[in-house]
Design a protein around this ligand. Structure first.
Ligand code: NAI
Length: 256
């Protein structure tokens, strides 16, 4: 079987992806800052919010991993600085640290969000975020770029979507045949969605849910992530795949 490292396995989409990968015969190495209630395969406790945390995780992971699934994330309710660190810089640093030691032909899949689709309209900001090398001081970066706390979440996902496209052509990944893609869910019933309801308001979340008839479930997202990590997706690179029940299409159809 393939060896798959999955971040965010203690909850929601990450947990479901780890279960499904295990059912499909993969060796899963789960990563989370919280220990999972039930372990699926091996587990590494660690924190993606700092350079040191990422370095410790990278050192603990073995060589020859087939896929890195960057699923851990936060809602943004703790401010822009930690949100940018966890939702973008942490997963980028882990991806760059592992790439030289991954199996050639492997894959990186990150979970972005429909909330990140504003990247084209905020291209200078997204470029500046992706252009900040290594693990920058995100409090300072948010201040310099004028990212208010309530925008930390969408801005972190804008950076992730732009980076995914650029990374596919970076030597660190391309020269090793490692594909880099993202999946963008709409609202999915997990603890994060409860936080979005508190931050964005019930009405805002409900209007998205009503458009497509229901909220997504972790089981709607996990197979898409695993498909992008599989050899069947070998000709998909630098792409962002929506898994949102048609939410993006519905909004576009109305506004374009
Ligand atoms: P969740 O809250 O159920 O799971 C997130 C997991 O990430 C938790 O187990 C948490 O402990 C872990 N995590 C958070 N910060 C961490 C850190 N610093 N280091 C290590 N682990 C950390 O949320 P959910 O919904 O499963 O989210 C997974 C991904 O899906 C996130 O990136 C989220 O932004 C994205 N997403 C979720 C949507 C939703 O409506 N639920 C919609 C669009 C995207």
């Amino acid at each position: 079987g393939k060896t798959v490292a999955i971040t965010g396995v203690a909850s929601g989409i990450g947990r479901r992806t780890a279960e499904l990968a295990t059912q499909m015969g993969a060796d899963v190495i789960g990563i989370d800052r919280n220990p999972p209630a039930q372990e699926t395969g091996a587990f590494l406790q660690g924190d993606l919010s700092s350079a040191q945390g990422v370095q410790a995780l990278a050192q603990a992971l073995p060589d020859g991993i087939d896929a890195l699934l960057n699923i851990a994330g936060v809602s943004g309710n703790t401010g822009a600085a930690p949100t940018l660190a966890i939702n973008f810089y942490g997963l980028r640093a882990l991806s760059l640290a592992l790439a030289p030691r991954m199996r050639p032909g492997g894959a990186i899949v990150s979970v972005a969000s429909i909330a990140g689709y504003g990247w084209r309209g905020n291209l200078d900001r997204a470029r500046a975020l992706v252009g900040a090398q290594g693990f920058p001081d995100t409090a300072r970066l948010a201040a310099d770029l004028g990212v208010p706390d309530e925008a930390g979440y969408p801005v972190s996902k804008e950076a992730l979507i732009l980076w995914t496209q650029m990374a596919a052509f970076q030597p660190a990944f391309r020269d090793r045949g490692i594909r880099v893609n993202s999946v963008s869910p709409g609202p999915v019933e997990t603890p994060i969605l409860t936080q979005f309801r508190e931050v964005l308001g019930e009405a805002r979340v409900n209007s998205d849910v009503t458009r497509v008839g229901r909220a997504g479930t972790p089981g709607d997202i996990a197979p898409v992530v695993l498909f992008l990590a599989s050899d069947g997706a070998r000709w998909i690179n630098g792409a962002n795949i929506a898994a949102d029940g048609g939410l993006e299409a519905s909004i576009n159809a109305e506004t374009m």
